[in-house]
Design a protein around this ligand. Structure first.
Ligand SMILES: [Fe+2]
Length: 386
C-alpha cells in the first residue's frame, strides 16, 4: 500500500521563528485566535511575547491558559466550551505536547460534539475543526506536526490515543530559542521521547522511504546533542539540533507510527503519572532488546545513524552497541526504574493485566517488528520494574 503522508501546510523553522506568528496566521487566512497554553508559559514571558506580536499586527486574541500535564477530558471539555463561546477562527497552541494536544482535542470536540472517547483509536473523526497553529516550547513530543493527540479519560484513567487528519496542525512555528534554559529533567525526558519516536518509527511495520530519511536524520541529531543540551541549557547549536530532531521525528512517527514502547508507556503514565518521555525511556532498552531479533538490520541502522556503530560494522555488533548506548543514556540522564521512581510494587503488579490490555488496545504494539502477546507484555513490564 502506498504510504499517505500528512504534515502541516506551513512551517516556520529556526531561531527567532516566533516573530513569524502574525504572518503565519495571515498566510493561511486566520485572524481570530484562541491561544491555548499552560500557567507556566503564561507567566514566564513567552505568552506575552506572542500576544505582543498579535497586538502589533492588530490581531484580536484571547487566552485559555489552564492546560495541564497529561491533558484530561475534563480540561479539554472546559477549553472546548471556551472555544465554542467565542468568535474564534483558530487555536494557537503554545507549550509542550500537553498544550498542543489539548488544543487539538478542543478543535476536534468543538467541530464534532460528543465526548473525547468517541474518537479514540480506531474511531473516526468526521469533521475538521478550527485550524491549530502549534508552537512547541520543548523538543519534544513532535505534537506540532503529528496527526495524533493523547488525552487521559478522567473517568477511567485511560490515556486515549486519538488519530486522524483533523488532529494535524495546519501550521507550526518551530523556534529552538524557546527551549533555551529548559531544565535538565525536562530536556532529558522530552529528548528521550523524540529519540524513541525516531527509533520506533524506523523499525515500525509501517515505516516507509519518506519516514526512513527523517528518522535517520533525527536519530543523528538527538543522539549527538542530547547530553550537551542537558548539561549546557543555553548551548544554542545543541538546542537547535534537539528541536530539529524532535520535529523531524514527529513528522516520521506521525506517518509511520510508534510501536511497543509507546503502547506500554501510556498506561504507566496514566496510572502512575510518570512523565511521558520518562516512561518511554524506562522501557526503551528492554523493549529494544526484546524486538531486535525480528528486525536486526533495522536496529543496526539505528546504531549507525546515532553514530554509535561504524558504517561497516556487522549488524550483530552494531545492535549490541545500540543497546549499550540506550542503557548508558538512561544512566547519564538519570532515568530511574519504575521502582526507583516510587511506583508501589503491589499496585504495579495488580494493574499489569489492565495495563497490558490498554497497551494492546492502543494499536501501537501491532506496529512493532516483534508483536507481543498480552503475557509477554506483562513479563516485559515486570522486567523493567527494577
Ligand atoms: Fe512520544
Amino acid at each position: 500500500m502506498v504510504p499517505i503522508v500528512t504534515t502541516p501546510r506551513l512551517m516556520a523553522v529556526g531561531g527567532g521563528a516566533l516573530a513569524e506568528l502574525p504572518d503565519t496566521l495571515r498566510r493561511i487566512g486566520l485572524s481570530q485566535p484562541l491561544v491555548v497554553t499552560d500557567p507556566y508559559i503564561a507567566s514566564c514571558g513567552i505568552l506575552d511575547r506572542a500576544t505582543a506580536l498579535f497586538d502589533s499586527a492588530q490581531i484580536r486574541w484571547s487566552v485559555f491558559s489552564d492546560t495541564v500535564a497529561d491533558p484530561t477530558t475534563a480540561v479539554v471539555e472546559t477549553g472546548t466550551r471556551r472555544l465554542a463561546d467565542g468568535d474564534f477562527d483558530s487555536v494557537v497552541a503554545i507549550g509542550g505536547g500537553s498544550s498542543i494536544d489539548t488544543a487539538k482535542a478542543m478543535s476536534v470536540l468543538v467541530a464534532n460534539g460528543g465526548q473525547m472517547r468517541d474518537y479514540k483509536v480506531p474511531g473516526d473523526i468526521p469533521k475538521a475543526g478550527p485550524p491549530v497553529v502549534a508552537i512547541p516550547t520543548t523538543a519534544g513530543t513532535g505534537a506540532e506536526v503529528t496527526r495524533f493527540t493523547v488525552i487521559t479519560d478522567t473517568a477511567t484513567d485511560e490515556k486515549m490515543l486519538i488519530a486522524g487528519l483533523p488532529c494535524c496542525p495546519l501550521a507550526a512555528i518551530v523556534d529552538y530559542e524557546l527551549t533555551l534554559s529548559m531544565p535538565l529533567r525536562l530536556t532529558a525526558d522530552t529528548g528521550l521521547d523524540s529519540l524513541t519516536h525516531a527509533i520506533e518509527a524506523y523499525v515500525s511495520r509501517r515505516a516507509n522511504p519518506f519516514t526512513d530519511g527523517l528518522d535517520k536524520s533525527a536519530m543523528g541529531l538527538i543522539a549527538r546533542h542530547i547530553r550537551t543540551a542537558c548539561a549546557e541549557p543555553d548551548n544554542r547549536p545543541a538546542r537547535e539540533a534537539m528541536m530539529l530532531g524532535a520535529t523531524t521525528a514527529g513528522m516520521a512517527f506521525s506517518n509511520a507510527s510508534v510501536c511497543l514502547v509507546h503502547g506500554m508507556s501510556r498506561p504507566i503514565g496514566a496510572f502512575f503519572h510518570v512523565p511521558h518521555g520518562l516512561s518511554n525511556a524506562m522501557l526503551l532498552p528492554e523493549i529494544t532488546a526484546f524486538s531486535v531479533p525480528a528486525a536486526l538490520e533495522r536496529y543496526a541502522d539505528c546504531a549507525r545513524a546515532m553514530g554509535v556503530a561504524e558504517e561497516d560494522e556487522g549488524s550483530q555488533a552494531a545492535v549490541a552497541r545500540l543497546l549499550d548506548e540506550l542503557r548508558a543514556l538512561n544512566t547519564d540522564l538519570k532515568v530511574p526504574t519504575p521502582r526507583a521512581w516510587g511506583i508501589d510494587a503491589m499496585r504495579y503488579e495488580e494493574l499489569l493485566p489492565v495495563m497490558a490490555s490498554q497497551a494492546l488496545g492502543s494499536g501501537s504494539p501491532a506496529n512493532n517488528p516483534r508483536t507481543p502477546t498480552s503475557d509477554e507484555i506483562i513479563e516485559l513490564y515486570r522486567r523493567v520494574y527494577g
